[in-house]
Design a protein around this ligand. Structure first.
Ligand SMILES: Cc1cc2nc3c(=O)[nH]c(=O)nc-3n(C[C@H](O)[C@H](O)[C@H](O)COP(=O)(O)OP(=O)(O)OC[C@H]3O[C@@H](n4cnc5c(N)ncnc54)[C@H](O)[C@@H]3O)c2cc1C
Length: 327
């Protein structure tokens, strides 16, 4: 058995979700290689430096080509098809890119991709949520190579840093040709990226708002000061996104991001099942809602039945005072 972990890239560095995929791979108990795909340049050097620091990696593979600068899922899938025969397992973080690339590779290899796993029970048995996480499915795969995406919040990050995988071999591997089926024309950072806040998927604290906030103006006026106080990322329900209060990359839930911060503050949102699946694994949940029967209170560790327009400014002010007193 041998596993290959597929590294993600984010803002010119290794996507931290890669570390969670490495932990999932360790559960199989086989040797682990890590693949980095990119084009020559400072960004690739930074990713390779980060990757070389991950503990438990036997071999660091690197495929470079001009068409991997901002790679298309089709081109990366073609590369994986060429590599797959050397591995029993391919693990990738369940990010938008790998959710697109991995099933393509699986189709080309004629195996079944297994998406969004939350546990590895054995080299053949994996657990994944189904029906908006209201049930867990145990999947047994007999495919010769298993292609899996890993839900990052379900696994600890593998240790990394200067004490990392110093003994990992470095190997350059040939790139696959450019299929030229699609190309990225441009990228635009949304509000979340521009504001310099922590990344929503990996933030230690998240302040999320729902329809109860009433408008985009209220969302910003009430939530931004609280998020600033806590050093938190901003999140939103789908209703808040549909209402134009927040941009779509800030949506938490079944069709948004899955988060599991230390602190999740849910403001003026009901706690619909599709939202809960995205945040219920948070370590400490605070809910503020004027309806005592709102389902969010069933998962909250601390609940405040109050009108957000009264409670939130008061709470933010009290927090700010407390922080100032501590400084
Ligand atoms: C296939 C599918 C996928 C979906 N995916 C997602 C997803 O990824 N993420 C997601 O969030 N939703 C998702 N949804 C939508 C989901 O079902 C809910 O509609 C949505 O989460 C509700 O958002 P909300 O809690 O903001 O709004 P509401 O359910 O309308 O709740 C608003 C809450 O605000 C409270 N409130 C109102 N005014 C105040 C006030 N002044 N002070 C305090 N509290 C107040 C109310 O009591 C109420 O509980 C999905 C739905 C479907 C069908």
């Amino acid at each position: 058995m041998r596993s290959l972990v597929l590294a993600g890239r984010k803002n010119g560095a290794l996507d931290p979700a890669t570390l969670n995929a490495v932990t999932a791979a360790t559960r199989v108990g086989a040797e682990i290689d890590l693949l980095v795909v990119g084009s020559e340049g400072a960004d690739l050097d930074a990713v390779l430096r980060d990757a070389a620091g991950i503990c438990g990696i036997s071999k660091l593979l690197c495929a470079t080509a001009a068409h991997y600068a901002d790679p298309s899922p089709e081109n990366v899938a073609a590369l994986l098809v060429g590599l797959a025969s050397g591995y029993t397992h391919l693990f990738a973080p369940a990010t938008a890119f790998w959710k697109s690339a991995l099933p393509r590779a699986a189709a080309l290899l004629d195996v079944a991709p297994i998406s969004d796993i939350v546990a590895v029970e054995s080299p053949e048995i994996f657990v994944r949520p189904v029906h908006a996480a209201s049930a867990l499915m145990r999947v047994r795969s007999l495919d010769p190579v298993k292609l899996l995406t890993v839900r990052p919040t379900a696994f600890e990050a593998a240790p990394s840093g200067s004490a990392g995988s110093k003994n990992a071999l470095f190997e350059r591997i040939p790139a696959a040709g450019d299929l030229a089926m699609s190309r990225i024309v441009s990228r635009a950072a949304g509000e979340e990226g521009c504001s310099g806040r922590p990344d929503l998927s990996t933030a230690r604290a998240v302040v999320s708002g729902g329809r109860g906030l009433g408008s985009a103006e209220n969302y910003r006026r009430l939530l931004v000061p609280l998020a600033d106080c806590l050093g938190a990322a901003l999140g939103a329900t789908r209703a808040a996104v549909d209402g134009g209060f927040a941009s779509s990359e800030m949506q938490v839930g079944q069709t948004g991001k899955i988060v599991a911060p230390d602190l999740y503050v849910a403001v003026g949102l009901s706690g619909a099942i599709q939202h809960l699946v995205g945040m219920k694994d948070s370590r400490f949940i605070v809910a503020i809602n004027k309806d005592a029967e709102a389902p969010i209170f069933q998962v909250a560790d601390c609940g405040l039945v109050a009108d957000v327009f009264d409670a939130l400014p008061e709470l933010t002010e009290a927090l700010r005072k407390k922080l100032n007193d501590c400084l």
